[in-house]
Structures are given as C-alpha cells and as structure tokens.
Design a protein around this ligand. Structure first.
Ligand code: NAD
Length: 495
C-alpha cells in the first residue's frame, strides 16, 4: 500500500477517508495519496484552531511566539536535505533549485519573522483634542486565518501563509494545493516539535472546489489569505464578501523585463533567462515579457540563445540538470494550447528545443521557448502562461518601453536593466507593479513587502506590511477629565 500523507488536525495526523493520488511530474510515478477532505475534516480543523486561539494562544507574547518560530527554523535547517528532496519529487523543480534556493530561502524567511523587532503589538498616541488623555493602538489578531496556497512554490508559500499570521497572534488552517502538499504537511508536523500548541496550525488536504470552498465558507474564519490564480482569487473575494471577511489576494502576473541598450548585456541576458526560465516559468512573478531596445535586439538574442543552449535537460533530481519539469499535466496542456494559438495567430518562434530523449519518459516537460511578433496588450501578451515561454517586444523610446510594460491587466513585478541609475529609478517609478528590480530579478527579501497592483492582488506579504495584514486595529481611549474637556463635550447634551 502506498503512503498516505494525512491531514494534521489538532496535532494528530489523520489518514482516513477518500483519497487523491499524488504523482511526481519528474517521471509520473505515484508518490502516495492525500485525503480528499470534506466538510467534516474542514470544520474540525477550524474548530481546533478556534479553540487554540481562544485558549492558550491568546496569552502568548510576540517574544514567546518568536521563540517557537526560531526553533522551527532550526528543526527545518537540520532536515533541509529531506525537505529539498520532497519538494523536487513533488513539483519537478530541479534538486539544485530546491537545495540552494527554495528551502534555504524559506528558512531565512522563517528566521526573519523569528527575529524582526519591527512588529509591535501596541503603541501609545496623544489625542490633541483631549489634553490629558491618551490612546493605546493595538494590532489585534484576526482570529482563525484560512490560508490557501498554490502548487508552484509549495514550501515557501506554506511558510508565508503560516508564520506571519502566527507571529501576529492568529491561528491558521492551511490548505495546500492537492498537487503539491508534501512539504507543507512536513512543516506543520515540525511545528509541533518546535513547541507550537496543537491547533495553532492545522492542515487540511484536498481540492479547492471541495476542501477550499468549505474552508472559506466556514463562519468561524476571521480572514482569508489566498495565493493562486486571478480567476480563483476573484471567486474567493466574492465568497468572502458574503461573510464580510478580510481577504488578501496574491495572484498572477505577466511581468516585464525592460532592457536598455546601455545595460551590462551579459548580466542582463543571464538575468532575463533567470527571470523567466527559473522553475520552468511557473512563478507568479516570472518575467514572461522581454521589452528590449530595438538596437540591441539581435546581439541580445544571440547571447540568450548561447546560455539557453547550455541549459542541461535531464532528470530534475540529478544535480547537473538545469531544466525543471512542468508540475501538472493540466498546466502542460495549457502551455501547449497557448503557444500553438500564438503561432497560429502569426507569432514567430525565436527559440525552442526538443527535449525528447533527454528527460525522463512519462514525466511532464516543456522546452524553454521564445516567441516574437505579438501585439502588446492583448491575447497571449496579456495572459499568464505560467510556463517557460518568453514573449519578446521592442521599443525605441523610454516612454514606449513604459507603455508596453504597463499594457497588461497584471502588475506584480518588473525588471529594469540599464547602467543609468537616474533612468532606472525614473522608469521604476512609472511601472505599475508591486516589486521592481533594477539590474536583478527574483531576489526576494523577507524584509520587503511584496504584492500586486491591478489584477495581481490586494494586500502585501512579507515585511512589516505583510505582518500587519494579519491584524485589525483596536483603539483604547484612556479617559481623563483633568482638563475638563469631557465636561465640555458632555455639556452639549447635559446642561
Ligand atoms: P489556483 O487558483 O488554481 O489554486 C490556488 C489554491 O486555491 C489551491 O490550493 C486550490 O486548491 C485552491 N482553490 C481553487 N479553487 C478554490 C475555491 N473555489 N475555493 C477555495 N480554494 C480554492 O492556482 P494554482 O494553479 O494552484 O497556482 C498558480 C497560480 O498562483 C498562478 O496564477 C500564479 O501566478 C499564482 N501565484 C501567485 C503568487 C503571488 O505571490 N502573487 C505566488 C505563487 C503563485
């Protein structure tokens, strides 16, 4: 019998009930099963989180919670190799990426939350209208947070969706994607070892339509923190509005990389490739549009092709392999459909490769691809492909570059490549996106808030702003009639 990866409810792993198979995109083999949770599992998880919230969790201080978060980082550090293997087998991302990026980055983010002193529970204010009185402003938790995560960077997302809300004093019910739940399950198990009380974080497995929907419908949920596609985000917001729930949404993108001819072209070529082909383009902020100064196009393409040709295809579990798998068959079919539609609509293929024979049979792969000849602002130029596909546009003026960059409904991230820092900051300040990198891409810092403009989302994750999303403000007015101000106020009604 294959392994069953259970739900974690009130500190116990539960494996009973209907099952969903979990397959590896590396070579299609069956890894095991997860529980196809329904209303009963979801409601018990929410009840457990509510009980913990109203019980001992309420009496913890930020410093107590940070101690547990720090201990968790130590535990994961010890098992980093195990986490990296699990992440790569489940997602098909290269083992090099899991080992040197996804897992250590997530650990460093956990440590940031364990150590930051920026977040304070309360602060004192003066009331200029009422001398002698003062106010206490508290960042009160929301209660039980429903955290819903996507399949593409499962461990980092599970960390972002549990640690900041816990730090802010909430409890959490986490629902990872049913395609890639394995490292999230391990994370919640390790929380118990780090000293978090049972129910501080519960985890339910299952599909969005069933488990996810029951979770957001549950009346005891105080907030929904969602990361996923824009279409699902819209549905979640509609559903959340019925219960007037606070909703934060981290959604899709169609991010641009703008390359000026005065950039360090070697560095820019590597950065543009890293921007789109890392994780086979399956990152929300993947820079799927290259907007390049016309005079630099030909030489830049030559440089990019040279690097692309050197990227090794193979088994992603092999340390030499550079090209990640496509995590789900549905996603691969979507990429194929969008690319063939583009070609039928007159798009040119600037670069593609045949991966057959070099990648494991029965795995799910799509080659790095570059397309040109597309009109900016519509069709595939405005649709998230979520795969290793770069569309290329040219510009003659700075104004035109900014217009093309802003021509999509999304606004998650962007890159600007130039040696002129005045131009870089001017362009960055005109781009409609939550993150703009200058001469870099994908470098994430836990101290920096990130999120979307336009259809890329509402709210921020990481940094102080990201922690404050999981709070609601309480003002406590400390009255004092020393100055006689309240007699004046009450005198309006009572002579
Ligand atoms: P998705 O929207 O299909 O699913 C995301 C999560 O929502 C999954 O756990 C899914 O089970 C759940 N879900 C689906 N329907 C639901 C419903 N009706 N009610 C409740 N839950 C439901 O997204 P995906 O395909 O898993 O992930 C890829 C998308 O995520 C891409 O669009 C990508 O850009 C986006 N993403 C955004 C960020 C960010 O920070 N902005 C980060 C990673 C991924």
């Amino acid at each position: 019998m294959e392994k069953v990866f259970g739900n974690i409810i009130n500190g116990k792993e539960e494996t009973d009930g209907e099952k969903i198979p979990v397959k590896s995109p590396v070579d299609g083999h069956l890894i095991g099963y997860i529980v196809d949770s329904g209303m009963d599992e979801v409601n018990r998880a929410v009840d457990s989180s509510m009980e913990t919230f109203n019980g001992q969790w309420k009496h913890t201080e930020i410093a107590d919670r940070q101690k547990m978060i720090g201990k968790l980082a130590d535990i994961i550090q010890e098992k980093a190799e195990e986490y990296a293997n699990l992440e790569s087998i489940n997602t098909g991302k290269t083992i090099r990426q899991s080992t040197f990026m996804d897992i250590p980055l997530a650990i460093s983010h956990i440590r940031y939350f364990a150590e930051t002193d920026e977040f304070k529970y309360e602060r004192k204010i003066e009331h200029p209208e009422y001398p002698g009185t003062y106010g206490i402003i508290q960042n009160a938790p929301m209660g039980v947070v429903a955290s819903i995560a996507p399949w593409n960077v499962p461990f980092l997302m599970a960390v972002w969706k549990t640690i900041p809300p816990l730090l802010a004093g909430n409890t959490v019910v986490l629902k990872p994607s049913h395609y890639t739940p394995l490292t999230a399950i391990e994370l919640v198990k390790d929380m118990k070892k780090a000293g978090f009380p049972d129910g501080a974080a519960n985890l339910i497995n299952g599909t969005g339509r069933k488990a996810g929907n029951y979770l957001i419908e549950n009346k005891k949920i105080g907030m929904i923190s969602f990361t996923g596609s824009t279409n699902t985000g819209i549905k979640i917001m509609e559903q959340g509005a019925k219960g007037l729930k606070k909703v934060t949404l981290e959604l899709g993108g169609k991010s641009p990389n703008i390359v000026f001819s005065d950039a360090d072209m070697e560095h820019a070529a590597k950065g543009v490739i890293f921007g789109i082909f890392l994780n086979a383009g399956q990152l929300c902020e993947s820079a799927s549009r290259l907007i390049i100064e016309e005079s630099a196009l030909d030489s830049f393409m030559e440089k990019m092709k040279k690097y692309l040709q050197n990227m090794k295809a193979g088994n992603p579990m092999d340390y030499e392999t550079d090209i990640s798998a496509i995590t789900t068959m549905e996603q691969k079919e979507k990429i194929e459909k969008l690319v063939s539609e583009t070609i039928n609509a007159g798009g040119n293929v600037l670069y593609s490769r045949d991966l057959a024979g070099s990648v494991p049979e029965s795995g799910t792969y799509f080659p790095p691809t570059m397309l040109s000849g597309l009109k900016a602002g519509s069709g595939i130029s405005d649709e998230e492909i979520f795969g290793p596909v770069l569309t290329v546009y040219t510009f003659k003026t700075e104004k035109e570059a900014i217009e093309i960059a802003n021509s999509t409904k999304y606004g998650l991230a962007a890159g600007v490549w130039t040696s002129d820092m005045a131009k870089a900051t001017r362009v960055a300040g005109n781009i409609e996106a939550g993150t703009v990198w200058i001469n870099e891409y994908h470098l994430l810092s836990a101290a920096a808030p990130r999120g979307g403009f336009k259809m890329s989302g509402i709210g921020r994750e990481l940094g102080l702003e990201g922690i404050l999303e999981y709070t609601q403000t309480r003002h406590i007015f400390m009255g004092n009639n020393e100055s006689g101000m309240s007699d004046v106020a009450y005198g309006i009604l009572l002579k």
